[in-house]
Design a protein around this ligand. Sequence first.
Ligand code: NAD
Length: 486
Amino acid sequence: MTARNRSRGPRTRKARRGPRADPPEKARGQLDVARAEEGPLTLGVSGMGFVGVAMAVAFAHYGHDVVGWDVVDRRREDIAKGRAPFFDPGLQETLSSAVRTGRLKVASDRESFFRRADVIFLCLPTPSRPDGSVETSFLEEEALRLGKLLRKGRSWKLFVVKSTSPPGTARKVERILAGESGKHPAQDFAVACNPEFLAEGSLVKDALEPSRIVLGTTDARAERALRQAYQGFPGKVVVLPPPAAELVKYSSNALLAVKVSFANEVARLSEKVGTDVYPVLEAVGMDPRLGPHFLRAGPGFGGSCFPKDLRGLVAFARQMGVAMPVTEGALSVNETQARHVVDLAEEASGGLLAGREVALLGLAFKSGTDDVRESRAYPILGELLKRGAMVRLHDPRSLENFRKGLPQLLSADPGPRVRFCERAEEALTGANLALLQCDWPEYREIPLPLWKQLKDRLVVDARRSIEGKELRKVGLRYVAIGRGEP
Ligand SMILES: NC(=O)c1ccc[n+]([C@@H]2O[C@H](COP(=O)([O-])OP(=O)(O)OC[C@H]3O[C@@H](n4cnc5c(N)ncnc54)[C@H](O)[C@@H]3O)[C@@H](O)[C@H]2O)c1
């Protein structure tokens, strides 16, 4: 948390001390518009995953009463007790403080959640379908359930689609709510979208200090309520019609991923040219029109967003009759990057990985999180096994999550060819070579004598995460992605 945030102080702290009782029910048909328009808002967060929890603690931090809801009992119990359901820097502390102060509460059932919340942020999954298009059924089915509750409700409500979803989704949610409740959009309720740009590994910081706040609405009352929800947050507010706001999110992720894949293309070329891509990309990024961010070579992008959002964008565009070859290109470079990483390791091993033991260090999709969704460690492991290697796996945070994801990846049980190691020492001692997939700071602390335990004295760094000079000084070979030998 920055000094700036600490000193800001919540806006309406005094008025909201202590639990707020639900207001008495109004006579049937009489809408309580004033509650949502004038008083402090209770913000509801439906879906307490990475985005939901981060936004719930951020809203609580800026002084709102927040009520959370998730279909998973265990998740609700954990959050109600102030226990972070996953690792991200600072999340545990911020969450326990939000719960301790009483600002963040968790509803025990959907109906009480619905009653208590003036604004409902839908932070539900939007996974890929097998054809790459976006599965919006979590949002649509929840809209059906909420529509039933809206039918009985007396007060104006705002529903906000925070999930990343294709243009037109907010409008679809509005149609479902209207159809199910018999109520009128604009008059009895509104639906807006408000895409989220936070990144795992810096969830809390990004939620507290958004780069921009994009509000997708053409409804004046919805805009006022959303501006109230975000009062005190830094970051410019941009108001757009819902389909445009929905498109902002996809375009942002696609352009970031294009930068990553482009950097990886130049890295492959640098390896052949016999130069180091890092100073090249650094100089490229000095152009203010380009900027230095996301110009780094590595094993490719993974995680729960970039791959699925790019696939989703391409599939949506195809439905609209538009080709997106640049976005498709970013995906296809990414798909071959894991193989490229293993090629580097194979080449450095004299062209043969069969029978060699590889210590694969770092399994999360990036450092700073225990999330392994679409981690590049999966295709790298698959490729290593295909070439006959034995693999020792280590990660300081996500060993267990990675283990759970393995059966989906491997059709056959890899048996003793895959070993899970609790400590990096266990992975390195007696292995032939190490392959770094993630730039966890812990790996920079590994003492030189431990690296020297590697039988082939070979370290392949797919993330440029450690200092190769030191390793070379003590006689190890250090091969890094994007660094060709002159
Ligand atoms: N993870 C990120 O870094 C990130 C960043 C920006 C946007 N997004 C987008 O935000 C959305 C959510 O992503 P996430 O990573 O938080 O997902 P997640 O899988 O971590 O969390 C989703 C949560 O919703 C719950 N849930 C499922 N159905 C529900 C229902 N009907 N009612 C209530 N709860 C329900 C699940 O139990 C889970 O806890 C996605 O659209 C994603 O693309 C994610």
